[in-house]
Ligand binder design. Structure first.
Ligand code: PXG
Ligand code: PLP
Length: 436
């Protein structure tokens, strides 16, 4: 494959694109745990693409299912007509997600899932006659994609500041990152259940009857693997239940085995009313997301004359046949290969290997859960994010793909990673941290 010689026309997402255009990093192919660059170098995928290639790259079972489907039914709308695979997939998701989640609404990305989840929450209360319940509570450092609902409930300043005015009736819980009390915690940090109590402050401020939903990632991924403190999610669930507030889990990253259980909800034993999914749903082969809801939420919409549309929301590609085929084949692999619990088997090696980096230069915190890991670095004075970005480039030159957010290195490999590949990942990172 030729390296493109004009990189100017592509307006790149979330990239330092001027730097990129000077020294491009172009991926031409992939298989299993590895990418191959356009100049033929193998790159160990330490980030499952972007937290999404859970089954490993180019699995023939998935790519064949997609190709076969495209040859039979390339596209069918699911508006007023439908195709059977969408129902098959909805039933598979009903069976594998927590038992209270019974219906699946299909989207094409995590951003669409997050916005759909928020729209369902508001419309549910509208349907129930609680028209004052409109406030959506997110969390500082939360990531719920880039659409307007997602950045309004989300808590990443750079993703919000240039795009206002944002959605009204949104507010935020504090984030749970607490280096003073919890640095170098293994798994769930001990301190911080009190961060959940801030919901009581917001309830006091607005009145419980005005708050529609609280939306959080069970583990904040994008902002650097912020693991919920012991008891925190349980406390949020309790406060939501007591106050008639819906709890939305954005499981776009934590879904499909990332934590060593099928969903984050299973890991923490806390069940949401609405769950947003994407990424691992198709192992990222075809864009797709889903929003799971309870029977009660679903049924609230099923009112009025039967010839009328019940929920005025949907996408051209909701439940696209190729995406459904990809998801069904992906879930088959997860179940057949035991991938949804594999992170539990690898957890100890992952945790020990990661925390062994604590003696490397610049490291101020290490966090882990399932097959997620973060190494937080002290920023260079006056040049935040540069240290981590330098690490990213050095790692790529050494044949490992990592992800950085702020001055934190984030890791989340495909769930098929082998034990020696975990060792390679961490030994490369050690060399990188000593070099930069
Ligand atoms: N919710 C969560 C929890 C996510 O992690 C989205 C929603 C949005 O999904 P889409 O498919 O619209 O991108 C995500 C996506 C990073 C990074 O650097 C993470 C994501 C996307 C881009 C970069 O960690 N997560
Ligand atoms: N913009 C226009 C002009 C459209 O007609 C549509 C869908 O019909 C959309 C945006 C939304 O596209 P999608 O359904 O793929 O999200």
């Amino acid at each position: 494959m030729q390296t493109p010689n004009d990189l100017d026309a592509f307006f790149m997402p979330f990239s330092a694109s001027r730097q990129f255009r000077k020294t491009p990093r172009l991926l031409a192919s992939a298989e299993g745990m590895y990418y191959k660059t356009t100049d033929g170098r193998a790159i160990l995928d330490g980030t499952a693409g972007l937290w999404c290639v859970n089954a490993g790259h180019c699995r023939p079972e998935i790519t064949t299912a997609i190709a076969d489907q495209l040859g039979v039914l390339d596209y069918a709308p699911n508006l007023q007509v439908a195709h059977p695979l969408a129902f098959d997939l909805a039933n598979r998701l009903r069976a594998m997600t927590p038992p209270n989640l019974t219906q699946a609404f299909f989207t094409n990305s995590g951003s669409e899932s997050a916005d759909t989840a928020m729209k369902i929450a508001r419309a549910y209360f509208h349907a129930c006659g609680e028209t004052e319940r409109t406030i959506l509570i997110g969390r500082a450092r939360g990531y719920h994609g880039v659409n307007y609902g997602g950045i309004s409930a989300g808590g990443i300043p750079n993703n919000r500041s240039a795009f206002g005015p944002l959605l009204p009736d949104t507010d935020h819980l504090p984030d749970t990152h607490d280096l003073t009390r919890n640095a170098f915690s293994r798994g769930q940090p001990e301190h911080g259940i009190d961060f959940a109590d801030h919901l009581e402050v917001l309830i006091e401020k607005y009145g419980a009857e005005r708050i529609a939903a609280v939306m959080v990632e069970p583990v904040a991924g994008s902002t650097g693997v912020l693991v919920p403190p012991v008891g925190y999610l349980e406390r949020l669930r309790e406060l939501c239940t007591q106050n008639g507030i819906l709890l939305i889990f954005d499981e776009v990253i934590t879904g499909f085995g990332r934590l060593g259980t099928p969903f984050g909800s299973d890991y923490f034993g806390v069940t949401p009313d609405i769950m947003a999914l994407a990424k691992g749903l198709t192992s990222a082969t075809i864009p797709m997301g889903a929003v799971m809801v309870t029977q009660e939420i679903h049924d609230a919409f099923m009112q009025g004359p039967e010839h009328l549309i019940e929920f005025f929301h949907g996408y051209t590609y909701s439940g696209h046949p190729a995406a459904c085929a990809a998801a069904l084949a992906t879930i088959d692999i997860y179940e057949h290969d035991g991938l949804l619990t594999r992170a539990t088997e690898l957890g100890k090696q992952w945790e020990d290997g990661l925390h062994a980096l604590a003696d490397c230069p610049h490291v101020i915190d290490i966090r882990n859960i399932g097959l997620m890991g973060a190494v937080e670095l002290a920023p260079i004075y006056g040049a935040p994010v540069k240290r981590a970005f330098d690490a990213f480039r050095a790692a790529f030159d050494k044949g490992v793909l990592i992800r950085t957010t702020g001055d934190t290195i984030a890791l989340s490999p495909p769930l098929i990673i082998k034990r020696d590949e975990i060792d390679t990942l961490f030994s490369t990172l050690r060399a990188v941290l000593h070099e930069i």
